[in-house]
Design a protein around this ligand. Structure first.
Ligand code: GLN
Length: 304
């Protein structure tokens, strides 16, 4: 399929969508990102890549990192992880405290903040160098040793992270955080601050389109069973409380972040990452969701 033509076509078609959303402004480093930044990368299981616009420019992946934390936590803890975090859509904002209180400190899923704090805590509980391990893992997945934490973003996540502190202490009071709150949050704030391009991100997710194995190196990065499960959780929980509408419009497992990135997986075919920083009211990239909707429509590729 001529994905390049399709991307260019979509790039033109979404021009009128710019200016309607709002760049994340809860920390200054994100508030200054130019709203019109726009990149797309498609990586296929055949090893081809197709790029459009600002596809090579690193952006703050934010909640997309929750997939890496889940993958590492499952590797370390196995199915026991699911006693500490659920796998149902939340139907609530990603940083809701109310739900966590009602459900006695068991987060609904690993892709809302509370759930990611549990997966990150799991990783930290096995590994004193969890921050380093996470970075090396992501570098390996994206085949880019230059991937870095943006320290400025990580510092402001901490400075403005009161709700995440509150959530962590709440988890701790329910016995659902093993490690020290500060240690868990340090890793959590750093993983949110991973700076990756669309190409880095599409590559890092490509194994999930290929039953867990990198189609490039042939390395089994996660067992096929786990790839299936991670994709399933992305499909049902990857876009916070907009996940139903996204499945309806787009129809693929995906994960978004408030930096404006959305990465999607079409099993057996490809991974795709879009970056456009203007968000909708729920915190998902407006143009990003539109691009993915047009992509699955034009290519007739979705999981349904
Ligand atoms: N750093 C953000 C937070 O913890 C990540 C949220 C997101 O991307 N949805 O609140």
């Amino acid at each position: 399929m001529n994905y390049q033509r399709i991307l260019e076509n979509i790039g033109q078609q979404v021009q009128r969508e710019f200016g309607k959303g709002k760049v994340a402004d809860y920390i200054p480093a994100l508030a200054r990102v130019p709203p019109k930044k726009f990149g797309i990368t498609v990586a296929t299981v055949e090893g081809d890549e197709f790029r459009f616009g600002d596809s090579e420019e690193p952006f703050s992946i934010q909640s997309i990192s929750k997939v890496f934390a889940l993958s590492l936590a499952l590797k370390l803890e196995g199915a026991k992880l699911w006693t500490r975090v659920g796998r149902e859509p939340s139907g609530n904002p990603y940083n809701s405290l109310v739900q966590l209180e009602k459900e006695r400190g068991i987060p609904r899923n690993p892709f809302i903040n509370a759930g990611a704090l549990v997966t990150t805590d799991t990783v930290v509980s096995y590994d004193q160098n969890a921050g380093r391990t996470m970075l090396e893992y992501v570098r390996h997945l994206s085949q880019n040793p230059a991937v870095q934490y943006d320290e400025e973003v990580a510092m402001s996540e901490k400075e403005y992270g009161h709700l995440n502190f509150a959530m962590s202490y709440f988890l701790k009071s329910h016995g659902n955080l093993r490690c020290n709150v500060e240690d868990v949050l340090d890793v959590y704030f750093h993983q949110c601050a991973l700076a990756m391009s669309c190409t880095d991100t599409a590559r890092a997710f490509l194994h999930l389109a290929n039953r867990g194995t990198s189609p490039i190196s042939g390395e089994k990065l996660v067992p096929a069973r786990r790839a299936k499960r991670i994709n399933a959780v992305m499909l049902t929980c990857g876009l916070y409380d907009a996940v139903g509408n996204f499945a309806y419009r787009v129809g693929i497992p995906a994960k978004s972040g408030v930096g404006g990135g959305i990465v999607g997986v079409i099993p057996g075919v490809l991974s795709i990452c879009v970056w456009s920083p203007e968000l909708d009211a729920i915190g998902n990239s407006r143009v990003g969701a539109k691009v993915l909707e047009l992509f699955t429509t034009k290519t007739k590729l979705s999981v349904f």
